[in-house]
Design a protein around this ligand. Structure first.
Ligand code: ZN
Length: 490
């Protein structure tokens, strides 16, 4: 065994599986093992290719070839990590260049040129490093394995996969309407579009009004980041105390009260994957539609490795968006009464398409807030058209007039000298309701998402869930702009 470990540079091939295994263990149980297979296959093939090439370049010296492959693979698989580090330094003012990819690529080329000359001139055989490196990688594997065992014992996966028994109270019949909850991530309020984005006549709100929606024009988000905002609206409560106790705010979304309540009332719960971890799954879902583009795990790898260069193109994000917008039509066909939750992570950046949905290389090399504003508007227009078409199709296909909520989780995070402007753009949202005519006059202009579902449930099931005070709030992302109340009154 030790003899083999001395002769074969196994670490070259074990490095990527070790890294992938590490990411898997650290995301357990939120990632399924099968989601890692494609990445495992790809990364091992890459190291195999590099190894074969260097093996023949360096006269069939497997030790030298193994070592060089390692040196090549380390930057390849840590590129995104270094990128993230530099980006955070940039925001703290400790790194001067916003154009991180350019400098990082230049640095890589220099490193590789240096390595090439250094190793090709070196006389040594690199025989002595194979054994320690093999042991090192095996040791990391062992640590990962131990860590996984510990996590399996303390956090059994069944907690996520098996549902609690939900007893069905009402015998719902076909006369109950389908409920669609559509979240457009970072969608701006009309006031914001008019004032800051030079887009005064938003086609979506116009369409919604023409189709009988009530648009609450003064509505604000209860929270200013996605996980908190959706965690709050999907549980119709303020989650300030919860988020302090429970670090995984996503679990409030995965296992939300709205789905539980509707399931209890005989609704079928339908979930479509957003491609983003925050709305990856719904614990109560009877049907989940997954996207094929990229698994959440693969997106993590994409972020931390050389594939981070996809930032320059935004092609992955573009594919996910397009796939999601075409897949939502499958939801209409599912027999109701059903609750359908759709989270579309757009017009949130990156800006990857024009108003017609053609792929557009995302221009900024760093997510420079949500700029440029015109790109935001172009992407919003694309989302508008798709949502309008989708709602038209839903209305045409539904036997009973459905209940539809179109909402943003928060507004855009734009650049402005006016902190009030920045805050208002982020806080004011799109919040619209298609409900039976007899309920419409009970809606009000300043309703916040925390009261959306109590309003629906009280009217639909004659329930008496108390409405909460509508309080727009500060949150982690806006800590710098803490004077909320003063700003609103400004
Ligand atoms: Zn969001």
């Amino acid at each position: 065994m030790t003899n083999a470990l001395k002769k074969i540079p196994a670490y070259t091939f074990l490095l990527c599986p070790t890294l992938i295994f590490f990411l898997y263990v650290h995301n357990y149980p939120n990632i399924f093992l099968e989601n890692t297979l494609r990445s495992l296959l790809l990364s091992t093939s890459i190291s195999f290719l590099f190894f074969t090439a260097t093996y023949f370049i360096f006269k069939k010296n497997q030790h030298k070839a193994g070592f060089i492959t390692l040196l090549i693979m380390v930057p390849v698989f840590s590129y995104g990590l270094i990128y993230e580090l530099l980006e955070s330094l940039f925001y703290k003012g400790l790194w001067p260049f916003s154009n991180i990819h350019r400098y990082l690529l230049l640095f890589l080329i220099l490193i590789y040129t240096f390595l090439y000359f250094w190793v090709s001139r070196a006389k040594r055989s690199y025989r002595s490093i194979t054994l320690p490196l093999n042991f090192f990688v095996l040791f990391i594997m062992f640590i990962n394995g131990a860590n996984l065992s510990y996590r399996i014992i303390t956090k059994p996966v069944s907690v996520i996969k098996d549902q609690d028994f939900v007893s069905i109270k009402n015998n719902i019949n076909d006369t109950f309407p389908d409920i669609y909850y559509i979240i457009l991530d970072g969608y701006a309020n009309d006031q914001t579009l008019k004032k800051f984005y030079n887009y005064p006549h938003n086609s979506l709100t116009l369409f919604l009004k023409q189709n009988g929606f009530y648009v609450a024009t003064e509505s604000r988000a209860n929270y200013l980041v996605t996980s908190e905002s959706l965690g709050s609206s999907l549980n119709h409560m303020y989650i300030d105390s919860v988020s302090k106790e429970n670090p995984t705010k996503s679990s409030l979304i995965y296992k939300n009260e709205v789905s539980r309540y509707l399931k209890e009332h005989g609704y079928k719960i339908v979930h479509i994957n957003s491609g983003y971890s925050v709305t990856r799954q719904n614990y109560y879902a009877d049907e989940t539609i997954y996207l094929k583009s990229l698994s959440e795990f693969e997106r993590t790898l994409l972020r931390y490795t050389i594939f981070r260069l996809d930032d320059l193109l935004g092609y992955t994000q573009y594919n996910i968006l397009k796939e999601q917008l075409s897949t939502i039509y499958e939801l209409i066909k599912i027999k109701g009464p059903k609750f359908v939750f759709i989270h579309i992570v757009s017009p949130h950046p990156p800006y990857v398409c024009d108003a017609d949905g053609n792929f557009k290389k995302s221009p900024p090399l760093i997510n420079d807030w949500w700029e440029p504003k015109n790109d935001y508007v172009q992407q919003s227009k694309f989302v508008n058209r798709n949502i309008q078409n989708f709602i038209t199709e839903v209305l045409l296909s539904s036997k009973i007039k459905p209940i539809i909520l179109v909402q943003s989780d928060h507004g855009p995070w734009m650049k402005s000298h006016s902190l009030t402007g920045v805050y208002n753009a982020r806080s004011l949202i799109l919040n619209s309701y298609l409900v039976p005519d007899s309920w419409r006059n009970k809606l009000y202009n300043t309703i916040t998402p925390v009261n959306s579902f109590p309003f629906i449930f009280n009217n639909l099931f004659k329930d008496s869930i108390p409405l909460l005070k509508d309080i727009p709030m500060d949150s982690i992302g806006m800590k710098r702009y803490r004077q909320t109340q003063e700003m609103i009154n400004d």
